[in-house]
Unconditional design. Structure first.
Length: 219
């Protein structure tokens, strides 16, 4: 009896190999789909954090500091005019509420005194402190109220017939406007007073309408 055999060929394995490759690809696709769709938390955790630009602190935030420079003019509408320049360090002790300490320089133009009286045009300098409340704060502007008092030493009496040591309470209503990053324009109008608290022979009070412009720098 003769026995016939079928020769082995690689072509006979082709369907089997194709089926195995297809199964492997399907399994890999399913695994990737499961990883992406069913584990979003894992994807987010593995993604690198996005580095953003740090946000700038709001103007007038608690603990911030500013340097203010201002120039003030004042008049009592009776012939006496003042010019006052100041440089102040300001600290915001609460949001929108600051306290400042300033060095001031003054020049006063007064009517010519009568014979035997002191007075006339004088210069001087001193220090002052102020409380400022920005009661309305927006991103690029604010409205504020300011109250302060200073002590001035002058080269002669101001007002005429007063004393060369004077106290200067003042009150202002003003606004600030952002003109550059961390730089603001200040503009205010209000009341400025000078008196010597009875340190001189007489105490002629000086009340004036005053206004100032300035720049405020954050740091």
């Amino acid at each position: 009896m003769s026995t016939s055999t079928t020769p082995f060929t690689f072509a006979g394995l082709s369907p089997v190999v194709f089926a195995l490759l297809l199964a492997s690809s399907s399994n890999a696709f399913a695994t990737e789909l499961f990883r992406l769709d069913l584990n979003p938390a894992q994807e987010e955790a593995s993604a690198p954090p996005v580095q953003g630009t740090p946000s700038r602190a709001a103007f007038g935030s608690t603990g911030s500091f500013r340097l203010d420079t201002t120039a003030m003019i004042a008049s009592n509408l009776s012939g006496t005019e003042l010019g006052l320049g100041s440089v102040a360090a300001c600290w915001f002790v609460a949001d929108g509420f600051s306290i400042s300490l300033a060095g001031e320089g003054l020049y006063a133009s007064q009517p010519t005194p009568e014979v035997g009286q002191s007075g006339g045009d004088v210069g001087g300098g001193g220090v002052s402190t102020s409380l400022r409340w920005h009661f309305l704060r927006e991103e690029t502007w604010s409205l504020y109220a300011e109250f302060g008092i200073g002590v001035l030493a002058t080269t002669d009496d101001i007002p005429n017939g007063g004393s060369s040591i004077n106290f200067t309470p003042r009150a202002f209503f003003g606004a600030s406007f952002e003109v550059a990053e961390d730089t603001r324009l200040l503009a205010a109008i209000g009341w400025f007073h000078i008196s010597n608290a009875q340190l001189g022979e007489t105490n002629p009070a000086y009340d004036s309408i005053a206004m100032y412009l300035g720049l405020s720098f954050g740091f």
